[in-house]
Design a protein around this ligand. Structure first.
Ligand SMILES: NC(=O)c1ccc[n+]([C@@H]2O[C@H](COP(=O)([O-])OP(=O)(O)OC[C@H]3O[C@@H](n4cnc5c(N)ncnc54)[C@H](OP(=O)(O)O)[C@@H]3O)[C@@H](O)[C@H]2O)c1
Length: 279
């Protein structure tokens, strides 16, 4: 094997559904780099051993997906402050000395996708509403707060989880009861679904969009299906929509840069390649 052959992968349980190998291997080929990105089926009780094995196996690092993002935080040698605030890591980098650094690029992925799909969005112009308070929500909310959104209203079925998120992520975040989500969209410039509702096999998210201002943006981080029932309803009334595939593609970019040394682009060709695996 060539000495510059680089390895990375994604640890999850299960992992067969992951689109990340297709994304990263597309970029490796596009940039003429020697390397490979592989799916790694890692059971929850084997996560620590699997992360430590990255070094002797010669990996540059890995992504983490369900259910490992939170638990891995305590298993790496250092965690970037931004990821610490979110409480989860989705990327591990093997440093030159063999130590492991944990990072979170989900917020970068969401904000980059939002800016690419809705270039007229201005963070400081209006409040945002986030539906859900799980791992994905924590990254989205951190990204919105750091981008300068003046108020982020978080509506979650389990209010205590929204309250914990508000406590961890700072003053602009307001925890709101689930029942108030419809009326709570009033005056919001952006609404984001971060729950698993709307996913293939799940119930749709019940959300009345009628109190949103006419220029509002409706985003979903669910990407299967590409157009969730909420996005379809938003499109029908002329609102700008942002799907979850953009976030998935954009979060992969800085991880690829960390491991392989090139910042790749989320091109329309790559989007079509991955979308074809969803529809
Ligand atoms: N596009 C991307 O790159 C990307 C990145 C991360 C995640 N995601 C997607 O985002 C979704 C959530 O992932 P996650 O990691 O944040 O999951 P998670 O941590 O398990 O959180 C799930 C969230 O959904 C809510 N929820 C689930 N079932 C519900 C129901 N029947 N009624 C009301 N609320 C319900 C939960 O509310 P409770 O707190 O009340 O349980 C919680 O807020 C998944 O579809 C995942 O694939 C996409």
């Amino acid at each position: 094997m060539h000495t510059h052959f680089r390895l990375a992968g994604v640890m999850g349980w299960p992992i067969a559904h992951s689109r990340s190998p297709k994304i990263h291997n597309h970029w490796l080929a596009q940039h003429g780099l020697e390397g490979c990105y592989v799916p790694l089926a890692v059971a929850p009780d084997k996560l620590g051993a699997a992360l430590r094995a990255l070094v002797p196996l010669g990996f540059s690092g890995c992504n983490l997906t369900i259910p490992h993002k939170e638990k891995a935080l305590a298993l790496v040698d250092r965690v970037e402050p931004f990821a610490q605030r979110i409480g989860a890591i989705n990327c591990v980098v093997v440093e030159a000395d063999g130590s492991l650094t944990g990072k979170n690029y989900d917020a970068f992925g969401f904000i980059s996708s939002l800016k690419a799909s809705a270039p007229r969005w201005r963070a400081e112009d209006a409040p945002a509403a986030v539906i859900g308070a799980g791992g994905g929500a924590r990254a989205v909310v951190a990204g919105l707060v750091d981008a300068g959104v003046p108020e982020v209203r978080v509506f979650n079925r389990t209010l205590a989880r929204a309250q914990a998120l508000a406590q961890d992520l700072g003053a602009p975040v307001k925890a709101c009861p689930w029942e108030e989500r419809h009326a709570g969209l009033q005056g919001a410039g952006l609404v984001v679904n971060t729950t698993s509702l709307g996913m293939i096999g799940q119930l749709p998210l019940d959300l009345d969009l009628s109190s949103l201002p006419s220029g509002a943006i409706v985003a979903d981080i669910v990407y299967a299906p590409l157009e969730t029932p909420m996005l379809a309803a938003a499109r029908r009334v002329g609102l700008v929509t942002v799907d979850g595939l953009g976030m998935l593609l954009h979060q992969a970019r800085p991880a690829f840069r960390d491991w392989f040394g090139v910042m790749p682009e989320a091109t329309p060709a790559l989007r079509n390649l991955i979308a074809a695996t969803i529809e």
